[in-house]
Design a protein around this ligand. Structure first.
Ligand SMILES: [Zn+2]
Length: 369
């Protein structure tokens, strides 16, 4: 490189450094390295709806089990791909796909799969949070996970003690994260605030008791959302995990209207969480968001409700990631990958290396070029 050009570059660097110092004086928080992450999953929410929006062919009584097709069409169906997917998932398409990476769209050249052969929840969550499939995990039974998840490992790293919280809508989560061994706070059923500390928390507990009970081992997502949002605003964990479940429950019941409604509410919630984080100094400019699913579902005709070992299409999934270190690049959007990459991505987003602890785990997503 010519000396004159080097001199110019040095001058530019000095000017840039001065600008950084100036901006540090006015915005001290944003200059910190990204070290916080919000992790969200939507149980069994298909890539088909993520990338194309509501499917009109399933807004029917027979195939979709939709009670009020007029209202469902009015809420979620729009002419044209872009308008249709934005109507269902306004935050994912309006913000995450623009500022981050929304992965798994085969029409864009991307492809994401689960590696486990089970294609149901416990094996999926195990793969998401350990970084590889485990054939020993072959049921949704309440068996303590023999594997250490990335969350359990992180909780022992410097700066992460008492800084990780998990909220889910399913009572198997305390087993998947092996709460007695990991000592992670995992709120998976019952009240969102087992020990309410404020009037708001008591009120939200009371509201939870007024909600209808639909399923034996899964609660509605609202208490899960409330617990996690209050945690973000009060205890400010560095890793906040929110595992939503209604999409899967309503799909099993062949209620496409409620499945869409659950996805829409999850999208609204993602936006609320993200915006709340931007208003909190500890999170602003330092926080990433990563979203995925434990499995997909069937694709043909009436099979959209189903998933499992004998439903091959349920192995296809999607992921979304956004944050200060994520570059919204068209080449990165075309990456192909697996569910196993989720664990190392969580670690990477808080400045840690999961593969150093579990070398057989898959590498993180490509977040920058
Ligand atoms: Zn299911």
């Amino acid at each position: 490189m010519a000396a004159k050009r080097q001199k110019f570059i040095n001058a530019v660097r000095r000017a840039a450094a001065a600008t950084v110092i100036l901006s540090m004086a006015t915005t001290p928080i944003a200059s910190q390295a990204p070290d916080r992450v919000i992790v969200v999953t939507l149980d069994g929410f298909r890539w088909q709806e993520v990338f194309a929006g509501a499917d009109r062919r399933r807004i029917t009584t027979r195939e979709g089990g939709v009670r009020d097709t007029t209202t469902t069409l009015a809420r979620f169906s729009r002419p044209g791909l872009e308008a249709n997917r934005r109507a269902l998932l306004p935050f994912l398409w309006g913000t995450v796909a623009q500022e981050g990476l929304l992965l798994g769209d085969s029409t864009a050249g991307s492809d994401f799969r689960v590696r486990n052969t089970m294609r149901f929840s416990y094996p999926g969550y195990n793969e998401l949070f350990t970084g590889e499939p485990d054939p020993r995990i072959d049921s949704n039974d309440k068996v303590p996970n023999p594997n250490v998840t990335v969350l359990e490992w992180l909780s022992g790293r410097p700066g992460f003690r008492d800084a990780i919280e998990v909220f889910g809508s399913w009572d198997v989560f305390p087993f998947i994260f092996n709460a007695p061994r990991s000592r992670l706070p995992v709120n998976g059923d019952g009240l969102p605030f087992p020990v309410p500390a404020t009037a708001v928390e008591r009120a939200l507990n009371g509201m939870t008791e007024w909600l209808p009970t639909h399923w034996a081992s899964a609660r509605l997502d609202a208490p899960t959302m409330a617990g996690a949002l209050v945690a973000l605003q009060t205890r400010k964990p560095r890793v906040l995990v929110v595992l939503l479940g209604e999409t899967d429950e309503w799909a099993h019941e062949r209620r496409y209207d409620r499945y869409l409604d659950a996805a829409y509410r999850a999208d609204r919630y993602l936006e609320q969480l993200w915006n709340a984080a931007q208003e909190i100094p500890e999170y602003r400019g330092r926080t990433s968001l990563v979203v995925s699913v434990d499995h997909g579902r069937g694709s043909a005709g009436r099979d959209w409700t189903d998933h499992g070992e004998d439903v091959l299409p349920a192995g296809r999934i999607w992921m979304a990631v956004m944050g200060p270190t994520v570059v919204p690049d068209s080449t990165l959007r075309r990456q192909r990958g697996t569910q196993s990459q989720f664990a190392a991505t969580i670690a990477r987003l808080v400045g840690e290396d999961w593969q150093s602890a579990r070398p057989t785990a898959a590498p993180p997503l490509l977040l920058a070029r």
